[in-house]
Design a protein around this ligand. Structure first.
Ligand code: ANZ
Ligand code: ZN
Length: 737
């Protein structure tokens, strides 16, 4: 072996040896404790980035540690290969999405192998191959037959010029990314998985996940969004109809000053039929994108329908409005508006000069008023009201301060909704009751007009995409039999890969031959579904497929040896959707008899971002040109901070933009391949583990990388001499067990 450290030679020899020996291929062995270490699978975008390197190095270190503990360690790898970027690349490079994807996989596999990860490559798969996605189709068919799949109309972004559905990320400031046309909303039929049937279980299961980051569990809880409330029926004046609303605050019932319904609500639709102003507003709501962010940030707007509801307790007339902040998909699509205590209702009431009534008073104000009115010593009230009242906010028996706090509160009421809990005021029979007592009292007073309900914010999972590069949804639409799943014996429904892709519309939608089929039920002429699955479908069950390579069914008995995953590692950006969908899928696999466990992953680690300095020059128009750190010479102060930067190409200064997540948009990515070429994989891996704790941001710094390289060089000499290494290849990792 070389006297001096030559990482390229050492690593190439070791990697060739591992590969020829299948050193990291594992088999089920009930006599040994298993450890399944899984890193989130990469999207084959073209090249590895530092985020991948960090993710997979953390996984590899954990795997190695567990292997050295004597465990039977599975560390697999695959490719999350369907998705929109392949379509975009296809347009740009005039190549088929499949071709582009497969070429990227070849390249990125080589890159991963050059990093020397201890991966069992015999289990590798690409999710865009029929041998993978046929099982996803099989699962979907079974779920359909179990009643866990249904089809309903749902909104999409529609580009009227390109005549195509756009993904949310293709809508830029309300316009189609290619055509620039104003995007419209359209209702089209789409397939849904009934994840809401599992909402309570998905919520409860979080309590068992002791080794998941608290932040991820909180995000999941909020996303599932369980709320308890009442569904209240308001009679519509001069009609036999009722408007039903869902409220989590029945204690505010006496503060209702108007009702608001969604534009899609039947009442709004009916009002639109004989009121041009309502019709115009409903039509306006139809325009604009469908993303949640857009709906949340828009100005609160509405129009009165001219109809009135009758308050179920006071009998008062309450005007019914159509409002853009009410969502048809939540609760009943209608709200009882309480502008005194709900911020959206407040803003809306403010815009349209609707009455605002205070019916809840926070505890400290109740106490303050009593102290003044009844001359009761202030501290005594605080005690009686319990420890929710901060003792030291108002000094005891200081009349002036107490009066001031009430004035401040009244001022606050004129500026915003008072959303905290308290006691009911101005509410007749409810006066003096707290939230819980008022809730029960309202339920009792309303009788049949009030029904206790639990609502979840979680919606059913819409899995239809109108894109080409995805797994075909295995359904047949028969004019006689309706929706018929493709029989399992006829799977897979194969996506043609050799297609001309223009970017507008999907090649399988444009191809009448592909669509044409016969109905498996009646044998008549029928059409295939041409939508494809959301790519979250593939990543929802890949962890299970790794355990059962080659299985004829979705997975087989081997899954119960390896599952649940002992350690999962990936980015925090997947905290909500991916991690929720894959917990859901595990429960589906359990309920279809494939696995025995309830949760897919015991321990979760979300690695921090890799960040790097950014450098730019500002143009006259304010736009910025970003330069890659590799092209910049930096001068630093004695503490290592950058104080000046020069673009090597022209010797002129550039501005330092601070440290940010490595990204194309800021051109501050450092190419792992060039680092491996320059220093060797071990240096790159060592740096990415040493420079920061795994959960925190890792600041890329080439001086630090050089330091790691020097350390390995120094280590090399004594290490090779002391063990008296004479052979030119390192020992097999098996012998380290
Ligand atoms: C009256 C009220 C008074 C409300 C108050 C809140 C505060 P969560 O907790 O998220 O379940 N709401 C109900 N359905 C809605 C819809 N389709 N679109 C928009 N808003 C809707 O929220 C439940 C509350 O959100 C409900 O309670 C309702 O407003 C509103 F001081 O009713 B509330
Ligand atoms: Zn039929």
């Amino acid at each position: 072996m070389q006297e001096s450290y030559q990482p390229q030679a050492v690593e190439a020899a070791a990697q060739a040896f591992w590969s020829s020996q299948h050193a990291f291929a594992v088999k089920e062995d009930p006599s040994r404790e298993k450890f399944y270490c899984l890193s989130m699978l990469p999207y084959p975008s073209g090249a590895l980035h530092m985020g991948h390197v960090r993710n997979y190095t953390i996984g590899d270190v954990i795997s190695r540690f567990q292997r050295m503990q004597g465990k039977n360690v599975l560390q697999p790898m695959g490719w999350d290969a369907f998705g929109l970027p392949a379509e975009n690349a296809a347009i740009k490079h005039k190549t088929a999405p499949a071709k582009w994807t497969y070429a990227n996989i070849e390249h990125m596999r080589e890159q991963l192998q050059s990093l020397g990860y201890a991966i069992d490559w015999s289990r590798e798969f690409a999710t865009c191959r029929p041998d993978y996605y046929q099982h996803e189709q099989r699962m979907f068919v079974r779920l359909f037959n179990k009643g866990l799949v249904y089809r309903k109309h749902s909104q999409v972004n529609w580009d009227p010029i390109d005549q195509t559905v756009l993904a949310n990320e293709q809508v830029i400031e309300g316009r189609g990314w290619r055509s620039g046309a104003l995007v419209e909303k359209r209702e089209i039929p789409q397939w849904f998985l009934k994840i809401t049937d599992y909402a309570q279980e998905l919520l409860d299961g979080l309590d068992q996940l002791n080794d998941w980051p608290e932040s991820v569990k909180t995000m999941q809880r909020n996303w599932i969004g369980r709320s308890e409330g009442l569904e209240i029926a308001f009679a519509v004046e001069d009609s036999s109809e009722t408007v039903r609303v869902f409220t989590t605050r029945p204690d505010t019932l006496m503060g209702v000053s108007y009702m608001a319904v969604a534009a899609e609500h039947p009442l709004a639709q009916r009002a639109a039929a004989n009121n041009a102003e309502v019709a115009a507003f409903v039509a306006e709501c139809q325009r604009g994108g469908v993303s949640a962010l857009e709906l949340e940030t828009q100005d609160k707007k509405g129009v009165a329908t001219g109809l009135y509801a009758l308050h179920p307790i006071s009998g008062e007339r309450v005007p019914i409005w159509v409002a853009n902040f009410v969502l048809m998909g939540y609760g009943t699509g209608a709200v009882m508006a309480v502008p005194g205590h709900d911020q959206r209702d407040f803003e809306f009431a403010h815009n349209y000069e609707l009455p605002i009534k205070q019916v809840i008073e926070p505890l400290e104000i109740v106490a303050a008023r009593r102290a003044l009115d009844e001359g009761v010593p202030f501290a005594a009230d605080v005690d009686r009201l319990g420890d929710q009242t901060p003792r030291d906010t108002v000094p005891e028996a200081n009349r002036h301060v107490v009066e001031q706090s009430i004035k401040n509160f009244e001022l606050r009421c004129s500026k915003e909704a008072i959303t905290e809990y308290g006691l009911c005021v101005n509410s007749g029979a409810l006066d003096g009751l707290d939230y819980r007592a008022a809730f029960d009292k309202v339920a009792e007073l309303l009788g049949d007009n009030g029904e206790r309900r639990v609502n979840f914010r979680l919606r059913d999972w819409g899995v239809s995409r109108q894109r080409y590069w995805g797994c075909p949804i295995p359904m047949i639409l028969c004019p006689v039999c309706g929706d018929v799943p493709v029989p399992e014996s006829q799977l897979p429904v194969v996506l043609p890969e050799d297609v001309a892709f223009m970017g507008t519309g999907s090649p399988i939608k444009a191809d009448p031959q592909w669509r044409k089929t016969t109905c498996p039920k009646c044998g008549g002429a029928a059409e295939r579904e041409t939508d494809t699955f959301d790519t979250f479908m593939e990543s929802s069950w890949y962890y299970a497929r790794y355990t059962s390579p080659g299985a004829a069914d979705i997975i087989d008995e081997r899954a119960n040896y390896w599952l649940p995953v002992d350690q999962y590692i990936g980015g925090i950006e997947h905290a909500i959707l991916h991690l929720l969908y894959f917990r859901f899928f595990h429960k589906l696999l359990r309920d279809t008899g494939f696995v025995h466990s309830d949760e897919p992953v015991k321990r979760l680690l979300c690695q921090g971002m890799v960040v790097a300095d950014t450098f730019y020059r500002q143009g006259d128009d304010g736009s910025r040109e970003w330069f890659n750190p590799a092209d910049i010479d930096i001068s630093r102060d004695e503490r290592g901070r950058a104080i000046g930067a020069i673009l090597r190409a022209d010797g002129q200064p550039v501005a330092i933009g601070g440290s940010e997540k490595m990204a194309k948009s800021k051109n501050n990515g450092v190419d792992p391949q060039s680092m491996v070429g320059k220093y060797g994989a071990d240096t790159v891996r060592l740096f990415s583990m040493f420079a920061a704790p795994p959960e925190q941001s890792l600041e890329w710094n080439e001086a630090g990388v050089e330091g790691m390289s020097r350390f390995l060089r120094r280590l090399w000499a004594p290490a090779t001499i002391s063990v008296g290494v004479t052979h030119s290849i390192p020992p097999s990792p098996r012998s380290w067990n």
